[in-house]
Design a protein around this ligand. Structure first.
Ligand SMILES: N[C@@H](CCC(=O)N[C@@H](CS)C(=O)NCC(=O)O)C(=O)O
Length: 217
């Protein structure tokens, strides 16, 4: 916390984000778990296309949120890279691993959640939900493919969680934060973990909701 205050001494550290979007929520959950509160939050309205303005593209060339702008003007625009930066400047609590093996296992699971849960969910919603017409040239066939992939990996995670308490082993990590952010976003598709289909994922999710990362989506 003090490290971040020191880092942000000129008050120029800004996180560009948007409410209820999974990649920004991954970073916001990470900030809440680290109790970092002194970064300026700038909300960008995707449905008003604020992220596609020339001004915002100067910060985030691929017109995406989140983006973290540092004091020196450098912008970091991938959510995992932002988390890596924050872990470096504010190492406690550790969320990305201590040893080489632990870091690798956490990264493995975090990437799996990102690629095999979040990505298919994004296809499902962006190509199938009417609200996303504003930001996506919808290809209707992509939605059921996304839904199928998402449901399949949710069940795989449920099986994993039968024998452990956290996504990436026996400790809380960024992989849990990414999964919480993804499952929060799945509400838009009216999907939730259930006692019938994914009981261990449900139990894990309920535990996560009582943590800072489960604070809001
Ligand atoms: N790989 C990027 C993905 C970021 C991303 O896809 N952000 C979405 C919101 S969750 C976005 O900005 N979408 C805007 C658009 O697609 O027009 C990251 O992890 O930061």
């Amino acid at each position: 916390m003090e490290l971040v205050l020191e880092l942000n001494k000129d008050g120029n550290l800004k996180l560009y984000t948007t409410p209820r979007a999974p990649n920004p929520e991954r970073v916001l959950g990470f900030l809440r778990e680290k109790n970092i509160t002194d970064i300026e939050i700038v909300n960008i309205d995707l449905f008003e296309n604020e992220h596609r303005t020339q001004e915002y593209r100067a910060i985030s060339p691929f017109a995406q949120v989140p983006a973290l702008q540092l004091d020196n003007g450098q912008a970091i625009t991938e959510s995992r890279a932002i988390c890596r930066y924050l872990e470096g400047v504010c190492p406690t609590p550790n969320l990305m691993g201590e040893t080489s093996e632990e870091t690798a296992v956490i990264e493995m699971w975090d990437r799996r959640v990102e690629m095999m849960l979040l990505m298919p969910l994004a296809w499902w919603l962006r190509h199938g939900h009417p609200a996303f017409v504003a930001i996506e040239k919808q290809i209707p066939e992509m939605a059921p493919r996304g839904e199928k992939g998402f449901r399949k990996f949710a069940k795989a995670l449920d099986r994993e969680l039968q024998s452990r308490d956290f996504i990436a082993g026996n400790r809380f990590s960024i992989a849990d934060i990414t999964a919480v952010a993804t499952i929060g976003f799945a509400k838009v598709a009216k999907w939730r973990p259930t006692a019938e289909e994914t009981p261990d994922l449900l139990a894990w999710h309920e535990r996560m909701l009582s943590r800072p990362c489960g604070g809001k989506v």
